[in-house]
Design a protein around this ligand. Structure first.
Ligand code: PRP
Length: 218
């Protein structure tokens, strides 16, 4: 273990990053530079603790971590499952809780019972494919969308969607409902497998500190 080596964090931009920074701050890890909302800077350093942080698009976080460009990443479990990268998932951070679900109009529920060949729209084609092909043994056509997936059944692009449900408002406001639950989701901490060996002590210490803090606030 080298004392001089920086540990680099890749954080998924947006709410997860803010929550992660709050959590890190609660265990004494701060990065003042990062709080300047007007800054266009992409990477921030805490010289004292030898830590670096950068913000990336969620789906890119597992990529940075797999290649070792970041030692540690924080990202939603949805992204981890979809990207399927070679990373260790070490901690459930407990925030960003939601569910991956198969949704559609109530009438589409029937289509899920008889192994019919249906059309499934999703921002998460890998998760959708794994669920229908491997768990339900149902052959389906998967259509990749990049957002506003709820439109799929409304404009008859697809029969159902596989998407994230948090409060359920988007579904309700568009006349759709949860038909089946695929899996629960929340923010997770991931680690590069080589970093886990080379910087084991520092990483384990950090993970334990965060775990204790999370336990305390339960
Ligand atoms: C996500 C998700 C749902 C919505 C669920 O979309 O894809 O559309 O949030 O939240 P709710 O159950 O609280 O309504 P997001 O806002 O990230 O935008 P997107 O549709 O462009 O992916």
């Amino acid at each position: 273990m080298s004392e001089d080596r920086y540990l680099t964090f890749a954080l998924g931009k947006g709410r997860l990053a803010n929550k992660t920074l709050e959590l890190l701050e609660s265990i004494g890890i701060t990065c003042e530079e990062m709080k300047d909302k007007n800054s266009r800077k992409l990477i921030f350093t805490n010289e004292e603790l030898k830590l670096r942080f950068f913000l990336a698009k969620g789906p890119d976080v597992p990529t940075y971590v797999e290649y070792g460009a970041a030692d540690i990443g924080v990202v939603g479990r949805d992204t981890i499952l979809e990207e399927n990268r070679n990373v260790y998932e070490v901690l459930d951070l407990g925030f960003g809780k939601c569910r991956m679900c198969v949704c559609g109009p109530a009438a589409a529920g029937e289509l899920l019972q008889h192994h019919e060949r249906i059309r499934v729209a999703s921002k998460y084609p890998h998760i959708a494919k794994d669920y229908f092909f491997n768990k339900k043994h149902q052959t389906v056509d998967i259509i990749k969308l990049n957002g506003s997936v709820e439109l799929g059944p409304i404009v008859e692009l697809s029969d159902v969607i596989v998407d994230i449900v948090e409060t359920g408002s988007t579904l309700r406001e568009n006349g759709l409902e949860v038909l089946e639950e695929v899996c629960p989701l929340s923010a997770r901490m991931i680690v590069n497998p080589v970093s886990m060996q080379m910087e084991r002590e520092r990483i384990i210490k950090l993970v334990n500190q965060i775990r204790e803090k999370l336990e305390e606030s339960k």
